[in-house]
Write a protein that binds this ligand. Structure first.
Ligand code: HEM
Length: 177
């Protein structure tokens, strides 16, 4: 069966690890005081910006390198669900970091990229209503991302264990293509 390119596989797993780390950083520090949470959220913000950049690179790569076709044995509803889930992933991978970044710009609350340089802010300082909307949106999309990751992993495991149609292996590192 055709596999994803090495670049697509690398981007998939780097982005997956960063997103899971970011969900962990946000959820596990939720009950800390604002001061204690600060350093964790600094990392959360920098990881989020990395995800945005890597996702744009991934989309650019995908435009030039069509993904391998889904197994012909897959029923139409599953192909449609897979397409919808993948589209929702790309949407969230862009909108989640973007909402966080523009939301921080409304205070404005400057933040640094891993202590290396200050991130430029969007020209929206003082726009409280926009900030509140983006805050809400970030939390809702964060929850949606958690649901999507769980569904995605369950779907992948179904292909590996039940269907045994080789589609799981297409995204595993270590192959030739
Ligand atoms: C892949 C990128 C990102 C993911 C997956 C992500 C995910 C999350 C999640 C799951 C939460 C917890 C929401 C809740 O309270 O239930 C959260 C909170 C938060 N995120 Fe992100 N985020 C990302 C990027 C960013 C970026 C780029 C920024 C800012 C530059 C940011 C700023 C924040 C802040 C400040 C909170 C705390 C919200 C609060 O408790 O009031 N995030 N994020």
């Amino acid at each position: 069966m055709d596999r994803y390119t090495k670049t697509a596989i690398a981007l998939h797993w780097i982005i997956a690890l960063l997103v899971i780390a970011n969900i962990g950083l946000a959820e596990l520090t939720e009950d800390l005081s604002r001061e204690a949470r600060g350093p964790y959220m600094d990392i959360h913000k920098a990881i989020g910006i990395s995800v945005l950049v890597l996702t744009l690179a991934r989309i650019a790569w995908r435009i030039g390198h069509k993904p391998p076709p889904l197994p012909a044995s897959m029923p139409a509803w599953q192909t449609a669900t897979a397409r919808l889930t993948h589209f929702a992933f790309y949407l969230l991978l862009i909108m989640l970091p973007l909402s966080g970044w523009i939301w921080m710009s409304t205070y404005p609350a400057p933040f640094a990229y891993f202590g290396l340089f200050d991130m430029p802010l969007w020209p929206v300082a003082g726009q409280e209503v926009l900030g509140e909307t983006l805050h809400e949106g970030h939390e809702i999309m964060g929850k949606a991302m958690i649901v999507l990751v769980v569904l995605h992993v369950l779907g992948a495991l179904k292909h590996l264990i039940i269907d045994k149609d080789g589609s799981f292996q297409r995204m595993m590192p270590g192959g030739s293509a």
